[in-house]
Design a protein around this ligand. Structure first.
Ligand code: ZN
Length: 401
């Protein structure tokens, strides 16, 4: 037997229990003549359909990423939903019609059975909603939580049915039909939700603002992304397709490619429902390249280049204009980590990354040491120099026009 995750199991339990309720409510509804019970059976049936949707969604969203589907496939589900929504509206309409026709038709038959079924429906619906909400929250499954909330609202529907039947039994005959009409409202609501969602997907509406915003955040947090020019995302079936336009300071094709893989991985690791991320990369229009050089003093151009990186007293940070290689800005940061016993190189590297440097120039190569990996991760290049002062470093840079 295949082992299911707890959220999938909960979706499956929900389908089985609700389907069972559909059968007994419909059967006893016919036997007793309770239009409220029949209406609630129809309503539960619409819920079975949407629960099946949740279950399939959970199943597909955990499939292996190597499997590929063509674009058009997912939307078949939304087209089916569209027809289902129309069928649901029709069912709601029929129930209202029947309720009105049979208004004050008289006493129901098989009342004890009808009351038992309505009561069972009330209790089971309540238990089911608590169960789905609990598992949904523990497993962090938005679709299961939404389904659980819907089921919680359905507890009221079951209560209305119970009231209708008991009322009828007590001689208020019309209460059963009135309950039927009220349940029809729930049916129309289900139909409307399904219709709205499927039309939105079919028309390539954007995904919700919150998700879109989060995807933008994830992408902009990836080192190497300098700017996000545009972000679009649409749903297709249970999946999300993302289109991103970014600007990067990377000039190397391989690194740019790694960058786009990284963005895609980051987005997909948080949003399992994202199927594809299409990334358009543009080179950042850079006016300058920002350099950092460790040095022993804060003495302008005459500052000595330090023999150390993490142990340097200062970091000189300056910008060289891309166009004419001219120095545009220079400042010194005192190294706050110099007294640390361990990891001062690492801390210093993080500080420089935060200062948005593009290149680090050192006396001693830092290759394959821990600061190197921090810088590499942020796509900062590192160079070795034999210059003794900041002035010489800058002169050398200007030579390589
Ligand atoms: Zn419902």
């Amino acid at each position: 037997m295949v082992r299911l995750d707890r959220d999938k199991k909960a979706a499956l339990v929900s389908i089985v229990v609700t389907a069972f309720l559909v059968v007994i409510k419909y059967t006893i509804g016919l036997l007793s003549g309770s239009i409220a019970l029949i209406a609630d059976a129809v309503h539960s049936f619409t819920d079975v359909i949407s629960s099946i949707g949740v279950f399939i969604g959970l199943k597909i969203s955990s499939r292996k990423p190597t499997e590929t589907f063509p674009y058009g496939f997912y939307k078949a589900e939304n087209i089916v939903s569209l027809f289902l929504a129309l069928a649901i509206f029709y069912a709601g309409y029929e129930i209202v019609l029947t309720s009105v026709e049979k208004f004050e038709a008289g006493a129901l038959t098989n009342v004890p059975a009808a009351i038992s079924v309505a009561l069972a429906s009330l209790v089971l619906t309540l238990l089911l909603s608590s169960y789905k909400l609990k598992v949904g929250r523990e497993m962090n499954s938005p679709s299961l939580i939404a389904d659980g909330k819907h089921t919680r609202a359905d507890v009221y529907a079951s209560a209305v049915v119970l009231l209708g039947i008991v009322g009828n039994y007590l001689g208020f005959y019309a209460l059963d039909q009135m309950a039927g009409i009220l349940i029809a409202v729930f049916i129309f609501k289900s139909g409307y939700e399904i219709l709205k969602d499927s039309i939105k997907v079919l028309l390539d509406a954007s995904i919700d603002y919150e998700s879109l915003h989060r995807i933008r955040e994830i992408a902009s947090e990836v080192h190497g992304v300098r700017k996000i020019d545009s972000l679009k995302a649409r749903s297709s079936g249970k999946f999300i397709f993302v289109e991103l336009e970014i600007e990067t300071n990377l000039r190397d094709l391989e690194r740019a490619h790694q960058l786009s893989d990284k963005i895609e991985d980051q987005i997909k690791s948080e949003r399992k429902d994202v199927d594809k991320v299409i990334i358009h990369i543009e080179p950042e229009e850079k006016e300058f390249v920002r350099y950092a050089v460790p040095c022993t003093e804060n003495n302008g151009m005459r500052s000595k280049v330090s023999m150390h990186f993490g142990g340097a007293e200062y970091f000189c940070i300056f910008d060289i204009k891309t166009e004419d290689r001219e120095l545009t800005d220079m400042r010194f940061i005192k190294n706050p980590f110099i007294a640390l016993e361990k990891r001062k190189g690492l801390k210093a590297a993080e500080l420089l990354v935060a200062s948005n440097i593009d290149k680090l120039v050192t006396k001693e190569s830092i290759a394959k040491k821990s600061p190197f990996y921090v810088l590499e991760d942020a796509y900062v290049e590192s160079d070795v120099t034999d210059a003794d002062t900041i002035g010489e470093v800058i002169d050398n840079l200007s030579l390589y026009k």
